[in-house]
Design a protein around this ligand. Structure first.
Ligand code: DGL
Length: 260
Protein backbone atom coordinates (compact mmCIF):
# COMPACT_ATOMS: atom_id res chain seq x y z
CA UNK A 1 0.00 0.00 0.00
CA UNK A 2 1.30 3.42 -1.06
CA UNK A 3 1.32 5.64 2.05
CA UNK A 4 0.18 8.60 -0.06
CA UNK A 5 -2.85 6.78 -1.49
CA UNK A 6 -5.81 8.96 -0.46
CA UNK A 7 -9.25 8.36 0.98
CA UNK A 8 -11.77 9.51 -1.62
CA UNK A 9 -14.98 11.12 -0.34
CA UNK A 10 -17.82 11.50 -2.81
CA UNK A 11 -21.07 13.50 -2.61
CA UNK A 12 -23.25 15.62 -4.88
CA UNK A 13 -22.07 18.74 -3.05
CA UNK A 14 -20.70 19.77 0.34
CA UNK A 15 -22.64 17.20 2.41
CA UNK A 16 -19.79 14.72 2.52
CA UNK A 17 -17.85 17.20 4.66
CA UNK A 18 -19.98 16.00 7.58
CA UNK A 19 -18.38 12.58 7.11
CA UNK A 20 -14.92 13.94 6.33
CA UNK A 21 -14.87 15.91 9.62
CA UNK A 22 -15.11 12.92 12.00
CA UNK A 23 -12.79 10.89 9.74
CA UNK A 24 -10.05 13.54 9.94
CA UNK A 25 -10.45 13.56 13.71
CA UNK A 26 -9.69 9.82 13.80
CA UNK A 27 -7.11 9.69 10.98
CA UNK A 28 -5.46 13.11 10.95
CA UNK A 29 -2.66 12.13 8.56
CA UNK A 30 -4.88 10.51 5.94
CA UNK A 31 -4.46 12.12 2.51
CA UNK A 32 -7.90 13.32 1.37
CA UNK A 33 -9.56 13.86 -1.99
CA UNK A 34 -13.03 15.34 -1.57
CA UNK A 35 -15.11 15.01 -4.75
CA UNK A 36 -18.42 16.83 -5.33
CA UNK A 37 -20.53 16.10 -8.39
CA UNK A 38 -21.75 19.68 -8.41
CA UNK A 39 -22.74 19.41 -12.09
CA UNK A 40 -25.17 16.66 -11.07
CA UNK A 41 -26.39 18.42 -7.91
CA UNK A 42 -28.98 17.92 -6.46
CA UNK A 43 -29.23 14.13 -6.34
CA UNK A 44 -32.31 14.06 -4.12
CA UNK A 45 -34.73 15.04 -6.88
CA UNK A 46 -33.27 12.67 -9.52
CA UNK A 47 -34.66 9.29 -10.53
CA UNK A 48 -33.21 6.06 -9.17
CA UNK A 49 -32.24 4.99 -12.70
CA UNK A 50 -30.31 8.16 -13.39
CA UNK A 51 -28.34 7.90 -10.15
CA UNK A 52 -27.70 4.16 -10.51
CA UNK A 53 -25.94 5.01 -13.78
CA UNK A 54 -24.31 8.33 -12.94
CA UNK A 55 -22.75 7.56 -9.54
CA UNK A 56 -20.65 4.47 -10.54
CA UNK A 57 -19.56 6.19 -13.77
CA UNK A 58 -18.25 9.31 -12.02
CA UNK A 59 -16.76 7.32 -9.18
CA UNK A 60 -14.98 5.15 -11.73
CA UNK A 61 -13.35 8.21 -13.33
CA UNK A 62 -12.29 9.53 -9.93
CA UNK A 63 -10.80 6.20 -8.90
CA UNK A 64 -8.80 6.06 -12.13
CA UNK A 65 -7.53 9.59 -11.61
CA UNK A 66 -6.66 9.56 -7.89
CA UNK A 67 -6.00 5.86 -7.19
CA UNK A 68 -7.56 5.99 -3.69
CA UNK A 69 -7.08 3.18 -1.16
CA UNK A 70 -10.77 3.38 -0.26
CA UNK A 71 -13.82 5.35 -1.46
CA UNK A 72 -16.59 6.70 0.73
CA UNK A 73 -19.96 7.45 -0.82
CA UNK A 74 -20.65 10.23 1.67
CA UNK A 75 -24.21 10.68 0.48
CA UNK A 76 -27.29 8.79 1.65
CA UNK A 77 -29.10 9.26 -1.66
CA UNK A 78 -26.24 7.85 -3.76
CA UNK A 79 -25.58 5.06 -1.24
CA UNK A 80 -29.15 3.83 -0.87
CA UNK A 81 -29.53 3.74 -4.68
CA UNK A 82 -26.11 3.06 -6.18
CA UNK A 83 -23.82 1.44 -3.59
CA UNK A 84 -24.30 -2.09 -4.94
CA UNK A 85 -23.78 -0.91 -8.54
CA UNK A 86 -20.59 0.93 -7.57
CA UNK A 87 -19.23 -2.06 -5.64
CA UNK A 88 -19.95 -4.36 -8.60
CA UNK A 89 -18.19 -2.01 -11.02
CA UNK A 90 -15.10 -1.03 -9.02
CA UNK A 91 -12.30 -2.97 -7.47
CA UNK A 92 -11.64 -1.19 -4.17
CA UNK A 93 -13.32 -1.04 -0.76
CA UNK A 94 -16.33 1.29 -0.89
CA UNK A 95 -17.98 2.49 2.30
CA UNK A 96 -21.55 3.74 2.03
CA UNK A 97 -23.76 5.96 4.15
CA UNK A 98 -26.85 4.39 5.67
CA UNK A 99 -29.63 6.30 7.47
CA UNK A 100 -28.86 5.93 11.19
CA UNK A 101 -32.26 4.46 12.09
CA UNK A 102 -30.79 1.82 14.41
CA UNK A 103 -29.02 4.22 16.82
CA UNK A 104 -32.01 6.56 16.67
CA UNK A 105 -34.39 3.77 17.70
CA UNK A 106 -32.00 2.76 20.50
CA UNK A 107 -32.10 6.28 21.84
CA UNK A 108 -35.80 7.14 21.51
CA UNK A 109 -37.93 6.97 24.63
CA UNK A 110 -41.14 8.22 23.08
CA UNK A 111 -40.82 5.67 20.22
CA UNK A 112 -41.56 8.37 17.67
CA UNK A 113 -38.60 9.10 15.40
CA UNK A 114 -38.16 11.26 12.32
CA UNK A 115 -36.13 10.39 9.24
CA UNK A 116 -35.07 13.57 7.49
CA UNK A 117 -33.45 12.95 4.11
CA UNK A 118 -33.85 13.78 0.46
CA UNK A 119 -37.03 12.85 -1.38
CA UNK A 120 -35.09 10.08 -3.15
CA UNK A 121 -33.72 8.59 0.08
CA UNK A 122 -36.94 8.55 2.09
CA UNK A 123 -38.82 6.63 -0.63
CA UNK A 124 -36.24 3.80 -0.81
CA UNK A 125 -37.27 0.25 0.17
CA UNK A 126 -33.91 0.17 1.96
CA UNK A 127 -35.37 2.61 4.49
CA UNK A 128 -38.45 0.36 4.92
CA UNK A 129 -36.08 -2.52 5.71
CA UNK A 130 -34.11 -0.53 8.27
CA UNK A 131 -37.32 0.68 9.93
CA UNK A 132 -38.72 -2.87 10.03
CA UNK A 133 -35.50 -4.37 11.38
CA UNK A 134 -34.49 -1.79 13.94
CA UNK A 135 -37.52 0.37 14.73
CA UNK A 136 -40.47 -1.99 14.41
CA UNK A 137 -42.05 -0.68 17.62
CA UNK A 138 -41.55 2.97 16.65
CA UNK A 139 -43.64 5.32 14.63
CA UNK A 140 -41.20 6.40 11.90
CA UNK A 141 -42.05 9.70 10.20
CA UNK A 142 -40.16 10.29 6.95
CA UNK A 143 -39.67 13.64 5.33
CA UNK A 144 -37.71 14.56 2.20
CA UNK A 145 -36.51 18.14 1.89
CA UNK A 146 -34.70 19.54 -1.11
CA UNK A 147 -34.89 22.99 0.51
CA UNK A 148 -32.75 21.90 3.45
CA UNK A 149 -30.05 20.58 1.10
CA UNK A 150 -29.99 23.98 -0.64
CA UNK A 151 -29.74 25.74 2.73
CA UNK A 152 -26.68 23.66 3.70
CA UNK A 153 -24.99 24.52 0.40
CA UNK A 154 -25.85 28.20 0.92
CA UNK A 155 -24.44 28.22 4.47
CA UNK A 156 -21.10 26.78 3.38
CA UNK A 157 -20.97 29.18 0.45
CA UNK A 158 -21.04 32.00 3.01
CA UNK A 159 -24.70 32.98 2.64
CA UNK A 160 -26.97 33.81 5.57
CA UNK A 161 -29.23 30.98 6.62
CA UNK A 162 -31.88 31.66 9.27
CA UNK A 163 -33.50 29.37 11.83
CA UNK A 164 -36.85 30.39 10.30
CA UNK A 165 -35.74 28.97 6.90
CA UNK A 166 -34.71 25.71 8.54
CA UNK A 167 -37.88 25.59 10.63
CA UNK A 168 -40.04 25.95 7.51
CA UNK A 169 -38.19 23.02 5.90
CA UNK A 170 -38.53 20.59 8.81
CA UNK A 171 -41.94 21.63 10.20
CA UNK A 172 -43.97 19.06 8.19
CA UNK A 173 -41.95 16.24 9.77
CA UNK A 174 -42.17 17.57 13.31
CA UNK A 175 -45.92 18.22 13.01
CA UNK A 176 -46.55 14.74 11.62
CA UNK A 177 -44.91 13.08 14.64
CA UNK A 178 -46.24 14.47 17.94
CA UNK A 179 -43.90 13.43 20.77
CA UNK A 180 -40.95 12.87 18.41
CA UNK A 181 -37.76 12.83 20.50
CA UNK A 182 -35.08 11.77 17.97
CA UNK A 183 -34.54 12.57 14.32
CA UNK A 184 -32.20 10.84 11.92
CA UNK A 185 -30.26 13.23 9.72
CA UNK A 186 -30.41 10.89 6.73
CA UNK A 187 -28.72 13.28 4.32
CA UNK A 188 -25.07 14.18 4.82
CA UNK A 189 -25.83 17.84 4.16
CA UNK A 190 -27.97 18.14 7.28
CA UNK A 191 -25.35 17.82 10.09
CA UNK A 192 -23.85 20.98 8.56
CA UNK A 193 -27.04 22.69 9.80
CA UNK A 194 -27.04 20.98 13.22
CA UNK A 195 -27.19 24.25 15.20
CA UNK A 196 -30.00 25.70 13.10
CA UNK A 197 -31.95 22.42 13.28
CA UNK A 198 -31.50 22.29 17.08
CA UNK A 199 -32.81 25.84 17.35
CA UNK A 200 -35.74 25.07 15.03
CA UNK A 201 -36.65 21.80 16.78
CA UNK A 202 -35.56 22.11 20.42
CA UNK A 203 -35.89 18.91 22.41
CA UNK A 204 -35.49 16.59 19.42
CA UNK A 205 -32.09 14.86 19.46
CA UNK A 206 -30.21 14.51 16.16
CA UNK A 207 -28.49 11.31 15.07
CA UNK A 208 -26.31 10.96 11.99
CA UNK A 209 -23.92 8.36 10.62
CA UNK A 210 -20.72 10.46 10.40
CA UNK A 211 -18.80 9.12 13.38
CA UNK A 212 -19.85 5.50 12.70
CA UNK A 213 -18.55 5.78 9.14
CA UNK A 214 -15.30 7.30 10.39
CA UNK A 215 -14.81 4.29 12.71
CA UNK A 216 -15.57 1.93 9.82
CA UNK A 217 -12.93 3.64 7.65
CA UNK A 218 -10.37 3.43 10.48
CA UNK A 219 -11.18 -0.27 10.89
CA UNK A 220 -10.85 -1.03 7.16
CA UNK A 221 -7.52 0.79 6.91
CA UNK A 222 -6.04 -0.46 10.22
CA UNK A 223 -2.39 -1.39 9.81
CA UNK A 224 -1.96 0.55 6.55
CA UNK A 225 0.86 3.12 6.29
CA UNK A 226 0.04 6.86 6.38
CA UNK A 227 2.23 9.94 5.82
CA UNK A 228 4.03 11.06 8.97
CA UNK A 229 2.38 14.48 9.01
CA UNK A 230 -1.01 15.72 7.81
CA UNK A 231 -0.96 16.66 4.13
CA UNK A 232 -3.29 19.37 2.77
CA UNK A 233 -6.39 17.79 1.28
CA UNK A 234 -7.75 18.52 -2.19
CA UNK A 235 -11.27 18.97 -3.46
CA UNK A 236 -12.53 18.36 -6.96
CA UNK A 237 -15.85 19.64 -8.33
CA UNK A 238 -17.56 18.65 -11.58
CA UNK A 239 -18.57 22.32 -12.11
CA UNK A 240 -17.01 25.52 -10.75
CA UNK A 241 -17.82 25.94 -7.02
CA UNK A 242 -18.82 29.29 -5.40
CA UNK A 243 -15.75 31.37 -4.52
CA UNK A 244 -16.54 31.75 -0.84
CA UNK A 245 -16.74 27.98 -0.40
CA UNK A 246 -12.93 27.87 -0.21
CA UNK A 247 -13.10 29.20 3.35
CA UNK A 248 -15.43 26.42 4.50
CA UNK A 249 -13.31 23.81 2.76
CA UNK A 250 -10.22 25.19 4.49
CA UNK A 251 -11.83 24.42 7.86
CA UNK A 252 -11.86 20.76 6.77
CA UNK A 253 -8.17 20.80 5.84
CA UNK A 254 -8.74 21.26 2.10
CA UNK A 255 -6.25 23.62 0.52
CA UNK A 256 -6.56 22.92 -3.23
CA UNK A 257 -9.75 23.08 -5.27
CA UNK A 258 -9.95 21.79 -8.85
CA UNK A 259 -12.75 21.57 -11.36
CA UNK A 260 -12.88 18.61 -13.75
N1 DGL B 1 -25.85 14.77 0.51
C1 DGL B 1 -26.80 13.96 -0.13
C2 DGL B 1 -27.40 12.90 0.77
O1 DGL B 1 -26.78 12.52 1.74
C3 DGL B 1 -27.77 14.46 -1.16
C4 DGL B 1 -28.00 15.91 -1.42
C5 DGL B 1 -28.58 16.12 -2.81
O2 DGL B 1 -27.78 16.24 -3.75
O3 DGL B 1 -29.83 16.14 -2.95
O4 DGL B 1 -28.46 12.39 0.53
Amino acid sequence: MDRDAPLLFFDSGVGGLSVLGPTRALLPNAPIVYAADSAGFPYGTKSDGELAERVPAILGRLVERYAPRLAVIACNTASTIALDHARAALDLPIVGTVPAIKPAAERSRSRVIGVLGTEATVRQPYVDDLAARFAADCSVVRHGSAALVELAEAKLAGERVTVADVHAAIRPMVEAGPGMDVMVLACTHFPLLADEIAAAAPGIAQVDGGSGIARRIAHLTAGQPWPETPAPGRAVFTSAPPTLLARALGAFGIAHVDTI
